[in-house]
Design a protein around this ligand. Structure first.
Ligand code: C5P
Length: 421
């Protein structure tokens, strides 16, 4: 299963272009599909080549364009049967009246019609034609046959047409088509993750980023945490089938696909929302946030004016979020993090016990190449005594890969807790 659900580098799409003025939009469609990470191969009918050249699609897709059925050279490369098997989806856009009629009759007199019969992949068609041709009884009859045969029809839109008519028959914009394809594969992957993923059915809450403790209305105390590790873990948990809530301090990161994000500022807000999660259900709590240890005792109501050479601000201790959650009656599986500059393992092991955690991941933030602002990390993971688990060293890797390994560690621990005999 791919880690990032927005990238579909293992999914193959055949974009079949038939004869119609909307063929120019298909060039942009290839770009958008490639942007999402899909592998795209383009098949063109004779009619399509009157509107746009194969070279355009070859350049955009990065693959040879397929135009001939009975061409020995083409068949020696990727023949029509291989092409039919390669596809995870066949998208015919634009689909002309003629191609629709051929599919409905089961003709096999060119590459596309043959491919249509030979593929097991879902077939989507985006009809585009003159509004009168769209409304013609024969076209509608053929479309009904295709729908009965399981073809997905992307309805044409109404508007002014290249021929001067106004009515139904315009192909939807390429961005919309690409988005529909993305959504389809996203849902399919999600369904698999929810059934078979390592955290299928689990509710996971993750704290991430720094907290911000106000001094006055314009100033605050905070730290350099970027939230990258927590966001990567949220994405990995979602990919593993979990329902994920991310309680994020102020960071400038996009919310991972499918993840519910709650923004907070201070440690106390973070604690409040974390406690709420226990009410709504939480199986795993992962504390990656760099929570400010102290907050200002009394936040000034107005901006503090410059006066004198020194300014004393009194600080009081913030609540320990992870330790507070761990003390609750119905506590989730608790995962903490330890960032240390020395005696890393010793301090981490101490925190595991002191905060009553089930698992702790620790890293050495004195190393410039990993940790805080870096895109990479390396960690050692310890488990509480009641788990039959040795410590795990996660070698230096991208935060995404480390997140994936942490998900595996959580899954293994959830399945290996020693049961009383
Ligand atoms: O005590 P220390 O800050 O080193 O502990 C780090 C771990 O505890 C992290 O998992 C962090 O998210 C969590 N923590 C917390 N609330 C605090 C301080 C730390 O949840 N106030």
């Amino acid at each position: 299963m791919s880690f990032d659900l927005s990238v579909f580098s293992n999914k193959n799409i055949i974009l079949a272009v038939t004869g119609g003025i909307a063929a120019y939009k298909s060039a942009i469609l290839v770009r958008r599909l490639k942007d999402y990470g899909f592998n795209v191969r383009v098949v063109m009918t004779q009619g399509a080549q009157a509107f746009i050249t194969p070279l355009t699609f070859q350049a955009l897709s990065g693959n040879p364009v397929h135009t001939e059925l009975l061409d020995t050279e083409a068949e020696a490369g990727m023949g029509h049967i291989e092409l039919a098997r390669w596809a995870d989806l066949v998208l015919v856009a634009p689909a002309s009246c003629d191609s629709i009629a051929k599919f409905a009759c089961g003709l096999a007199d060119d590459l596309l019609s043959t491919l249509y019969l030979a593929t097991k992949a879902p077939v989507w068609i985006a009809p585009a034609m003159n509004q009168q041709m769209w409304a013609a009884k024969a076209t509608q009859r053929n479309l009904s046959t295709l729908v009965e045969d399981g073809v997905h029809v992307i309805m044409p839109e109404a508007g002014s047409q290249a021929c001067g008519d106004v009515g139904l028959g315009r192909m939807p914009e390429p961005e919309d088509l690409a988005e529909q394809v993305r959504e389809y594969f996203h849902k399919a992957q999600r369904a698999i993750a929810e059934k078979f993923g390592l955290l299928a059915g689990k509710k996971v809450t993750i704290t991430a980023g720094p907290t911000r403790e106000a001094i006055d209305p314009v100033r605050y105390i905070s730290n350099h945490s970027t939230g990258k590790m927590g966001f990567a873990i949220a994405a990995a948990c979602y990919s593993a089938g979990a329902e994920v809530t991310l309680i994020a301090g102020p960071v400038s990161l996009d919310t991972p696909n499918g993840v519910k994000r709650l923004n907070v500022s201070s440690a106390r807000q973070m604690l409040h929302l974390s406690m709420n999660q226990l009410e709504t259900g939480c199986d795993v709590f992962i504390a990656t946030a760099a929570v400010a240890d102290y907050r200002v005792a009394e936040v000034a109501e107005h901006k503090i004016k410059k006066a004198g050479d020194e300014l004393a601000v009194s600080l009081v201790k913030n609540p320990d979020i992870v330790a507070t959650i761990a003390l609750q009656d119905k506590r989730p599986f608790m995962v903490g993090f330890a960032a240390e500059t020395r005696n890393v393992e010793e301090y981490a092991a101490g925190k595991l016990v002191a905060k009553k955690l089930d698992m702790i991941a620790c890293n050495d933030v004195s190393r410039a190449d990993i940790g805080f602002a870096s895109d990479e990390n390396a960690m050692t993971v310890f488990f509480a005594e009641q788990y039959e688990m040795e410590k795990r060293d996660l070698e230096k890797a991208s935060k995404q890969e480390i997140a994936q390994q942490l998900v595996e560690a959580i899954h293994d621990a959830l399945h290996q807790e020693k049961r009383p005999v």
